[in-house]
Design a protein around this ligand. Sequence first.
Ligand SMILES: [Zn+2]
Length: 260
Amino acid sequence: MADSPQDLQHKVAIACRILGMLGLVRESTGHVSARIPGTDEMWIRCRGGNERGLTFTGMHNVRRVDFDGKGPGLGTEHFAPHETALHGEIYRARPEVQSIVHAHPYYALMVGIADLEFLPLFGGYEPSALSIVLKGVPVFPRSITIQNKEIAAEMLKCMGDRDVLLMRGHGITVTGRSVETVLQQAVRFDRLARIMWDAAQSIPKVSPIPDEDLAAYTAPRTPRTGRETGSDWGSAEGSENWGWNYYVALLENDIGLPGD
Ligand SMILES: [Zn+2]
């Protein structure tokens, strides 16, 4: 069953808290948004009001605005983030995208600074993260924030139809077909960046896994259950939300679910 607008708003607030709990965002950097189906509007984590940072996002921080960050849903105490164009222009250009995470996580920063390549260093450890590597990680070379439509268009051109983008000297942008999938993919992408960074620091020479093992992850899969399709390894296109449920449970046991 499709989410109601209020369900979506709640999920955006939860996703912000999870990103904070896991260290992908700090203080009031980063934002999560969700397209409101059938409209040219989105829920987006705004600024202002009783601002306490992403980790302590409340429902009031997530406002309903149009793709330019305007509209009566903004209210008088909040304002759309200055990188609203990043969200709005992706929704305009890519109708399949239903939710977006933009964050400034540490390991993505370091991988970008060091110009490290995302290599297939593991297989069975986390096939869905390997899937990100095999599809290729586009790197946006500009380190400025996405404050207008012109720079957003440049970013979109670089990202193409991929669901992850490394923004050198800045952060990451991740897209998905739901808040649940985009949150999981952002966490996975962050974990992948950490593996690339740690491997580069600790090993004199890192080696990709053998081609014959890689082939096991690029060949079409025989679905075992109705949840699996084609050669995708449960990444952003998978339909299960086990990772989301896990992180929500962690959140409930840690800083708690968002209030008003
Ligand atoms: Zn940013």
